[in-house]
Design a protein around this ligand. Structure first.
Ligand SMILES: NC(=O)c1ccc[n+]([C@@H]2O[C@H](COP(=O)([O-])OP(=O)(O)OC[C@H]3O[C@@H](n4cnc5c(N)ncnc54)[C@H](OP(=O)(O)O)[C@@H]3O)[C@@H](O)[C@H]2O)c1
Length: 218
């Protein structure tokens, strides 16, 4: 299988029933040990990418904290540039390199808001962000590996467009349930099992009651 450019790793902590957050948006599924593992992984990639809803719900920093290591570039998919000026991502953009990927739908006022921060705004796509074109632009900036950390709609887009090489999933010992709780893949990928991407289990690791699975696309 030919590798994507950049190389894309999808990463998430999921419940035993495949959810990445409860219906109220609680997504704290990882253990302390798992966070250390995740932050080690973050320190090995060039970029971390998440969707707008994840920024709105979790207000993440997307930096390397549990271990020593370099911080990847933070990349946010946000078609209309609606990220809050008070979000940790924008507030810390003076310290950590940040890309906000928007589409042609962005308003003048939101572009102006973003221009007040030391970030790079990449405009691509008519309605939502055109991921293929975004990846090409990032690749030209020497970003060779990206960790996609969700949420479910973002994962769906990368899987649907066959734009990933590897999956790192932590299976956490929780049952969440409910149609309103966000799933790892928030959308339909295939209608028949043989149409699913072909995945090979490369490694697995037990972290007490959590299980870290590493699959590669074949
Ligand atoms: N357990 C975990 O590991 C984990 C990790 C991350 C997130 N989460 C949880 O996941 C939930 C959020 O997931 P979500 O599915 O609601 O949203 P999401 O994937 O975080 O964000 C989706 C949004 O990104 C924007 N976007 C722009 N271009 C896009 C494109 N080409 N493809 C996809 N999205 C694009 C869209 O908003 P616009 O149209 O406005 O641009 C879209 O609605 C939160 O509750 C969070 O806590 C859990």
């Amino acid at each position: 299988m030919e590798k994507s450019k950049p190389y894309i790793i999808l990463s998430a902590a999921i419940s035993l029933d495949g959810k990445i957050a409860t219906k109220t948006g609680d997504s704290k599924l990882s253990s302390h040990q798992d966070f250390i593992r995740l932050h080690k992984l973050r320190s090995t990639v060039d970029g971390i990418l998440v969707g707008k809803n994840t920024v709105m719900k979790d207000d993440p920093l997307l930096t390397v904290r549990y271990v020593k290591g370099k911080n990847p570039i933070r990349i946010i998919l946000d078609s209309k540039g609606e990220i809050s000026s008070k979000s940790k991502i924008l507030q810390t953009s003076y310290e950590f390199p940040t890309v906000i990927a928007v589409s042609k739908q962005i308003s003048k006022s939101n572009l102006e808001k973003l221009s007040k921060f030391p970030i790079e705004v990449i405009i691509t796509g008519e309605n939502s962000v055109n991921i293929k074109s975004l990846l090409k632009k990032l690749s030209k900036k020497k970003i060779t590996t990206i960790l996609v950390e969700g949420g479910g709609s973002t994962n769906w887009e990368f899987i649907k467009q066959n734009l990933f090489d590897e999956l790192v999933l932590t299976i956490s010992p929780y049952l969440i349930g409910g149609n309103d709780a966000v799933s790892f893949v928030q959308g339909s990928v295939v209608s028949k099992i043989p149409e699913s991407p072909n995945l090979r289990l490369k490694s697995f690791k037990r972290l007490k009651n959590h299980l870290v699975l590493n699959y590669v696309k074949v």
